[in-house]
Structures are given as structure tokens and as C-alpha cells.
Design a protein around this ligand. Structure first.
Ligand SMILES: *[C@@H]1O[C@H](CO)[C@@H](O)[C@H](O)[C@H]1NC(C)=O
Ligand SMILES: *[C@@H]1O[C@H](CO)[C@@H](O)[C@H](O)[C@H]1NC(C)=O
Ligand SMILES: *[C@@H]1O[C@H](CO)[C@@H](O)[C@H](O)[C@H]1NC(C)=O
Ligand SMILES: *[C@@H]1O[C@H](CO)[C@@H](O)[C@H](O)[C@H]1NC(C)=O
Ligand SMILES: *[C@@H]1O[C@H](CO)[C@@H](O)[C@H](O)[C@H]1NC(C)=O
Length: 686
């Protein structure tokens, strides 16, 4: 039964976004340390004793199940639990308890990204937060099309949730497999097509649309394909037609250009960037050198230096040197590894597997060093033993130290969450990049959001068993945007999916927390091909002033510009549709502006719809290098809400600059006060 849960090809989980913040705020996670292990008991008996002990404090099994986070029963004796102050004090006073540590760095529900997105500050949600203004997304239903859900996860607890919205027509297909509650209000799976087959996903879309969702979040995708050959493009068009916003991950195939996937203009395509948090565990060497590492592992059992060993020197007789260095299965000699911190090289087998092999060989800990290809990219993994992950450059220092002495010694500091890390955000190297390989005239991705080292509910079928894990990918950034869309939709039920997208894009920011232009993984300025319009700013998105709106007919006109005939367009429309004459993609009212293969002069038109108070807006342009941009009119006056004004941009290559690739600029309509409606400009020339 458990296996089927994880392997379901398509699993739609539907959640009502609402506040459970009360329950979260009053409880904190604590580590209750009970001392060393009594060898006469097995791990399962020790785990049982933790549940029994916590039960004696909390009074009921339900409350224990709700509170227990971890049982530590292999390395030392203790557990982690979500407790209020009073219960924590009671536990601390118990004679069996050595100490109770408030687990500041690893709060269970608050994952920092909401702080980083300014929806809350130190767990407090301010009155001006979109979260509060949108009543925590009350009655908004979000569908996730994904490979599975772990319904037992506390992430899906319906504590503090009101009744299921009236409009909801769905439910849990099999209550034995997935028990529904007032948060996880439906779960259905489709796996007849194969693994992640379009047929299943399209069925998932159909069900979600039918069941009455407001937002669809899809963290999957394959090779970019033409709209007509892309089941996801077609299915998402039908969702958008019904007023449902569809949010897609951009893919994890960066930094290679042209890798962005899910590029339909009717969906929101999300890239991934960092937040200002790191889980640090430092390597202290006896030489006095300290190297920065990232880790989510448990700490070493005692303080003071441990002997270090290069995995190359711990080679099993029958293994190759390369496999030993990589800490591959069967390549280590336990006699040499026992009780030491083993130094392994990245590459070949998985990062967590290396830790498993180190633990099997009896290592006390592990340092994972990046190979040259992985360079600076380090990840806080939850290894099965105390471990940390360091960069390639630091790895060279470490190997040099190992070479320099016969008795290398080192220590791994306890992993701790460090916040306010600078710079943040910057683009993740893996985040897929533009240009858009299907329609180069539409910039993709649209936006970036937190997608690196995000705490997320995890399948407890995986090893090591963890209720939460740290994950990175556009699969992590996509649901952040879906959540914000849900809030915007709750606040502005009359906004179309494209108005919501426009609001998110035109209010995005492109500076990091040092005030410098946001960077990519190479420490160069991130271009619109990686960050789209910029980083999502939820509180500003609720009040964009003006939006670039699009109707279903505009999307059909877009398809007309692609040269599709009536029969093909029929697949997207319910009725016959006549393509307009002189249809031009440069007039497609997208919130970003891309001119592909500019030859001489072009005119781009756009129209803005007022969603704010009446106001006079003036234009400012940061022209792409070598391109002159002339906007007419350069002042727009908006009266009441809903009023539409048009403008045009004349773009001309100045003829003196040599433009090799793409050049980037920005268009900003501003009322001089609160509203700055920004669009990236991307130009390539013939
Ligand atoms: C529900 O799932 C359980 C566990 O996989 C299975 O035994 C049962 O047959 C399913 N029920 C239905 C109605 O499909
Ligand atoms: C080496 O021999 C050991 C013991 O027979 C075995 O477990 C291991 O898998 C072998 N390793 C390789 C790389 O063949
Ligand atoms: C460490 O010594 C090995 C073997 O002599 C050598 O191949 C390697 O380059 C040395 N590493 C460093 C970083 O000095
Ligand atoms: C429309 O285009 C498709 C694909 O190119 C083609 O198979 C079909 O015959 C065309 N239909 C008409 C009416 O031209
Ligand atoms: C650019 O425009 C000129 C003038 O219309 C035309 O002759 C030329 O073929 C165009 N170049 C390209 C590469 O399309």
C-alpha cells in the first residue's frame, strides 16, 4: 500500500489554503535529550519508550502523534517534538531528561521562505501582509498534479481549518489510501498511461477543473514541444479558459540556454532562486583552518577532534581507487574507516548514498567534497550520519591538509540555520533558462521564486525516513507562486489568470538583499532569461496599479500568429474561430516585451487596464544596448477601475552597435508614487 502511494503516476491533492498559524505560533520544536543509549534495548523499543514518555506528558496518543517529529534511537537517546512552552518546561523538569533544547534553526512549519517573501516577520503576520489581507486564502482550492502525497504529514493537518468550500465537487478517491480532511480535501490518481504520461496528466487537469479548483500547480514537464503536441499546453489552456490560473515549474535543466519548458503564454512559468537561509555545519581542522559546509545531518556525538581519512586511503582491496574516493558501495575498508570522519568526493553515486556507505563502513562522520564540475554548489542534505558538504575550492584545501600530515584531525560543528545570508536571492544554476525554444517572441520563465533548500513534507517511504526534507528545484518554487496566486485570487476574485500573472510580473524585484542587481550562479547579473520579470513580491502584487490583461480570444489570436489553421485552433476553442487579419505577435498583450530578430524598426503595442485608483502614469525606459525605444504616448491618464489605455513602442537598432546575441532593457509605467509597473524588454537582431 505504501509503495503505491509513492509510485502513483499522477496524484492530485487539493488543499484549501487557510491559516493554521495559531497552532504554529504557540508551539516550537524542541530536542529532548535523554542521554546515551542503553545497549540492551533495540531501536524500536527505544522509539516506543519515547512515545510512551511523551504520552505521559501530553496525555493522549493523538497529541503525541501530532507532536512527535523524530525519535533518535540509533546514535543517542532522545527525540524531537513540537511543544508549547508549558509542556517543554514539564519535560525539562523530569528526572530522566538531561536537557531540552529549543530547536531554533529547524522550525517545522515556518520554512523561512514566507519571511523572505515578507508575508511574515519572525513568525508574526503583519496587518499589511497579503496573507492577512487575503484572509489566508480562505476558500481557495489549489490542485497539485504530482507523483504522490504523504497524507499523514503534518503539512496536511487540518488543525484550525474551517469547513470545505461549498463549490468543491471532488473528494478522496480511496479513503483507505488517502484519508481526506478539511485541508487535504481531495486526492485522485491516474496511472493508466504509464509513468508521468500526458494522458494521465490531462486526466488530472480535467478532474481538477471539474472538481472546482482555483489554481493548478504543476511541478513537472518534459522537453518543450509545440502547443499542439503538448498535452499539458492544451489541458492548461482549458483550465485558463475556465478562469483557473495554472502555474508550472520551468524545469531543472539550467544553466544551458533554451532549456525552459512549459512555455505556453497562458501559464505562469517559474524559475528557482535562493533564499537568505543556510544550514551550516563547519569543518574545523586541527591546522586551524575552518571550512564552510552545509548540512541537515545530526551532530557528532561528542566534541573534540576526530581522526580524518581520505577515502582513497580507505580503499577496500578489491575496489578501484576511483570508487574508493567516491565512497561507492563496497569500495571502503571498514577497518580503516572505523570511528573516523571520512572524506568523500562528489560524483558517481548519490550524495546521500555516500553517507550511507560511510556509515556502513563504521565512519563517525563524513565530509563530502565537490568535484570540479560541481564547483560552488553545496547542498544541506539529511545524511544518515553526521556529515557536511563543502565546495570544490575548500575541498582542495582539505585534501592538501590530509596530504600534509600523518594524523589529520577535524571536527564538524553542529548544523545550524543561519539567516540573513547575503547575497540573496540569486538564481540557482539548475533553473532552466530562456530563450523560449517554441515561441522566441514570448519571454520565459515569467518569474522566479524560492526554490533552493526548501523544507517540504517528505515521503516516509524513502530512506532515511524523514517527515520533512530539504529539497531544491523549480518543483519547490512553483508551489510558492501557486500559493501567492491563491491569495491574490481570494483578494481579487474578479481578476483573470492573466491579470494575476501581470500583477505578479510587473511588481517583481530584480535586486538582491545587498541592493545590487540579482546574480546568477556564475556571479554575473542574472538576465531575464533566468529570472524572467524578477523575484516574486507578494505584498506588492496585491496592488499593481495597472495590469496587462488578456482574454481567451487573445490567446486564440496568439495561436493564429503561429500559423495554425481553423481545425487546429478548434482544439483550443469550443466554437469555430476566425483569425483576425494583420494579426501580429508583437501586439500580443504580454507583461514582458520580446522582439525576436529585429530588422530595422518595429512597433510593439500594448494595453494597460487600471486596477487601482485613478492616476497619471508616465513612462521610463531603460533601452537595451544598441536599441532606441520610443514610447507613444509617454503619459497615460487612467480614470476609474477597468479603464484601458493603449500605447506603442517603436524600437530601432541604432545601426552603430554590434549586437551579437540578446540585449535587455526595461519599461516602467509609474504614477510617481506607489505604482511602478515594470516589464523586461528582450531584443535580438537579425
Ligand atoms: C483502496 O486502497 C486499498 C489499499 O491500497 C485497497 O486495498 C482497496 O481495494 C482500495 N479500495 C478501492 C475501492 O479501490
Ligand atoms: C569486495 O569484496 C567484498 C567482500 O567480499 C564485497 O562485499 C564487496 O562488494 C567487493 N567490492 C567490490 C567493489 O567488488
Ligand atoms: C594529495 O596527494 C595526492 C597523492 O600524492 C595527490 O595526487 C594530490 O594532488 C594531493 N592533493 C592536494 C590537494 O595536494
Ligand atoms: C490544418 O493543419 C493540419 C496540420 O498541419 C492539417 O493536418 C490539416 O489538414 C489542416 N486542415 C485544413 C482544413 O487545412
Ligand atoms: C531585413 O529587411 C530588409 C528590408 O526590408 C530586407 O531586404 C532583408 O531581407 C531583411 N533581412 C532579414 C534577415 O530578414
Amino acid at each position: 500500500m505504501d509503495l503505491s502511494r509513492v509510485l502513483l503516476a499522477i496524484f492530485i491533492t487539493l488543499c484549501v489554503l487557510q491559516s493554521s498559524s495559531l497552532a504554529i505560533k504557540s508551539k516550537k520544536s524542541y530536542i529532548v535529550y535523554l542521554g546515551g543509549l542503553d545497549q540492551q534495548y533495540e531501536a524500536s523499543q527505544i522509539q516506543d519508550s519515547h512515545f510512551e514518555f511523551l504520552g505521559s506528558i501530553l496525555g493522549s496518543k493523538e497529541r503525541v502523534d501530532e507532536a512527535m517529529i523524530y525519535s533518535y534511537n540509533k546514535q543517542f537517546n532522545g527525540f524531537a517534538a513540537l511543544l508549547d512552552d508549558e509542556d517543554a518546561a514539564k519535560i525539562a523538569a523530569h528526572p530522566d531528561v538531561v536537557t531540552v533544547i529549543q530547536n531554533k534553526g529547524r522550525k517545522l512549519h515556518t520554512t523561512r521562505s514566507w519571511d523572505f517573501l515578507k508575508l511574515e516577520k519572525n513568525g508574526v503576520i503583519g496587518a499589511s501582509s497579503l496573507w492577512k489581507k487575503a484572509r489566508f486564502g480562505e476558500n481557495i482550492i489549489i490542485a497539485n498534479l504530482d507523483t504522490g502525497v504523504w497524507p499523514e504529514s503534518k503539512s496536511f493537518s487540518s488543525n484550525g481549518y474551517g469547513p470545505i468550500p461549498y463549490k468543491w465537487k471532488g473528494g478522496c478517491e480511496n479513503e483507505t489510501l488517502v484519508p481526506c480532511n478539511n485541508k487535504l480535501i481531495g486526492a485522485k490518481y491516474y496511472n493508466k498511461g504509464g509513468e508521468c504520461d500526458d494522458a494521465d496528466i490531462v486526466k488530472g487537469f480535467e478532474t481538477a477543473i471539474h472538481d472546482g479548483v482555483d489554481v493548478i500547480s504543476v511541478s513537472l514537464g518534459g522537453q518543450p514541444a509545440d502547443y499542439m503536441d503538448d498535452g499539458l499546453a492544451i489541458a492548461s489552456f482549458h483550465a485558463v479558459k475556465k478562469g483557473i490560473t495554472v502555474v508550472f515549474s520551468a524545469g531543472n535543466d539550467g544553466p544551458t540556454p533554451g532549456t525552459v519548458t512549459n512555455v505556453s503564454p497562458w501559464v505562469i512559468t517559474v524559475g528557482a532562486s535562493t533564499i537568505d537561509r543556510e544550514f551550516q555545519s563547519l569543518v574545523d581542522l586541527a591546522s586551524g583552518l575552518t571550512l564552510k559546509g552545509l548540512s541537515m545531518s545530526k551532530p557528532l556525538p561528542h566534541s573534540g577532534f576526530y581522526p580524518l581519512i581520505n577515502a582513497a586511503n580507505a580503499k577496500a582491496e578489491n575496489a578501484t581507487m576511483m570508487n574508493a574516493m567516491l565512497c561507492a558501495q563496497g569500495a571502503l575498508d571498514p577497518k580503516k574507516v572505523q570511528g573516523k570522519i571520512l572524506v568523500c568526493l562528489r560524483g558517481g553515486n548519490g550524495r546521500v548514498d555516500k553517507g550511507t556507505q560511510a556509515a556502513l563502513a563504521g565512519a563517525a562522520g563524513m565530509i563530502l567534497c565537490n568535484d570540479k564540475a560541481s564547483a560552488d554548489e553545496i547542498i544541506a542534505d539529511p545524511h544518515v550520519l553526521p556529515a557536511t558538504h563543502i565546495t570544490y575550492a575548500d575541498g582542495l584545501h582539505l585534501y592538501a591538509y590530509l596530504n600534509s600530515t600523518n594524523e589529520p584531525l577535524g571536527y564538524l560543528t553542529h548544523p545550524e540555520a543561519a539567516i540573513n545570508i547575503k547575497p540573496a536571492p540569486f538564481m540557482a544554476g539548475f533553473s532552466s533558462r530562456g530563450p523560449n525554444s517554441i515561441t522566441p517572441e514570448i519571454l520565459k520563465p515569467d518569474i522566479t521564486a524560492p526554490g533552493v533548500n526548501i523544507i517540504a513534507a517528505f515521503s516516509e517511504d524513502a530512506k532515511p525516513v524523514l517527515p520533512y526534507n530539504i529539497e531544491s528545484g523549480t518543483s519547490m518554487s512553483c508551489p510558492h507562486v501557486a500559493g501567492v496566486v491563491g491569495l491574490l485570487k481570494s483578494l481579487h476574485p474578479d481578476w483573470s489568470p492573466s491579470a494575476i500573472k501581470s500583477a505578479i510580473m510587473t511588481t517583481a524585484y530584480i535586486k538582491d538583499n545587498r541592493g545590487n542587481p540579482m546574480m546568477d550562479e556564475t556571479k554575473n547579473v542574472a538576465s531575464p532569461f533566468s529570472r524572467g520579470a524578477g523575484h516574486i513580491d507578494p505584498n506588492r502584487a496585491m496592488n499593481p496599479g495597472l495590469v496587462y490583461d488578456l482574454t481567451v480570444n487573445d490567446y486564440l489570436d496568439f495561436l493564429c500568429t503561429r500559423g495554425y489553421n481553423k481545425t487546429m485552433i478548434q482544439k483550443f476553442s469550443d466554437q469555430p474561430y476566425e483569425c483576425p487579419e494583420n494579426d501580429n505577435i508583437l501586439d500580443f498583450n504580454y507583461p514582458s516585451i520580446t522582439v525576436h530578430k529585429l530588422n530595422g524598426t518595429v512597433t510593439v503595442t500594448r494595453r494597460l487596464t487600471n486596477v487601482g485608483p485613478p492616476g497619471i502614469y508616465t513612462v521610463a525606459v531603460k533601452s537595451p544596448a544598441g536599441i532606441s525605444v520610443n514610447v507613444k504616448p509617454n503619459i497615460l491618464a487612467f480614470g476609474k477601475k477597468g479603464e484601458v489605455q493603449k500605447f506603442e513602442l517603436k524600437m530601432k537598432a541604432d545601426g552603430t552597435s554590434v549586437i551579437k546575441d540578446h540585449v535587455f532593457g526595461e519599461l516602467i509605467w509609474s504614477n510617481g508614487k506607489h505604482y511602478h509597473v515594470k516589464s523586461p524588454i528582450v531584443v535580438s537582431v537579425v
